[in-house]
Design a protein around this ligand. Structure first.
Ligand SMILES: C[S@@+](CC[C@H](N)C(=O)[O-])C[C@H]1O[C@@H](n2cnc3c(N)ncnc32)[C@H](O)[C@@H]1O
Length: 213
């Protein structure tokens, strides 16, 4: 993994100790809504031997929701922060998922092997080139008929939450992250031939659905 990223790994390792608490304050009950929206948008009901990969899975909330809804699926959470993965491992249903430590820009999986590749509220935190490489990697490991589901924040309307949001962006590199949020779906259409956009009912998050064929 590039040396450049080790500083960020350390940041996330520390963040892992209060990440779930932070999200509780930041998103409150909307975190359930966004998670449900993401999981329900995956077109896999009735499919057998489903394989789901959650890139930048953090403390595992999204991949655990997938595993709960699809107990027979192979559900993998992937993150470069050992601290975040440890917090995921400590959760009640952790035995229903697999956790893999690695860089989003260099996935340790063969081509065309996942039905669903998702990434929730993380892509805007990646630096420009890493983000592009991560999107290319998601496309590479996706089955031809599969879907990449990317959930991202909309800029919050509540003033306090908006300040928290911008503080977070500042920590991540303000220009790059803000540029990405403003660009809409163009970072995705540069890589995927088929991209659609929808919003959660509250309008707090957007879901970008990408297909490779
Ligand atoms: C804001 S958290 C999102 C966590 C989770 N997806 C969620 O919705 O709660 C961002 C996550 O991305 C991970 N991450 C950041 N850059 C990464 C990279 N280059 N490769 C793998 N994981 C990365 C961090 O460790 C962190 O867990």
């Amino acid at each position: 993994m590039a040396k450049l990223r080790t500083g960020r790994q350390k940041f996330y390792n520390v963040f892992s100790y209060f990440y779930d608490f932070f999200i509780q304050i930041h998103s409150g009950h909307h975190q359930d809504e966004t998670r449900r929206f993401l999981v329900d948008s995956a077109p896999i009901a009735g499919t057998t031997q489903v394989r789901i990969l959650d890139i930048c899975c953090g403390t595992g909330s999204v991949i655990l929701s997938f595993a709960k809804k699809y107990p027979d699926a192979l559900a993998i959470g992937y993150d470069f922060s050992a601290g975040m993965l440890q917090k995921a491992k400590e959760k009640d249903a952790a035995k229903t998922i697999r956790l893999v430590n690695g860089d989003a820009a260099n996935l340790s999986f063969v081509d065309d092997c996942f039905d669903i590749v998702c990434c929730s509220h993380a892509l805007y935190e990646l630096k420009g080139q890493v983000r592009t490489e991560a999107l290319r990697e998601m496309k590479r490991v996706l089955k031809p008929e599969g879907q990449v589901l990317i959930m991202e924040h909309e800029v919050p309307r509540h003033p306090v939450v908006k300040v928290l949001f911008y503080v977070r962006m500042l920590m991540m590199g303000p220009t790059d992250a803000r540029e990405f949020v403003k660009q809409g779906i163009s970072p995705f259409t540069k890589i995927f031939p088929d991209v659609t956009l929808s919003h959660t009912p509250s309008g707090k998050s957007k879901l970008v659905i990408c297909r490779k064929t």
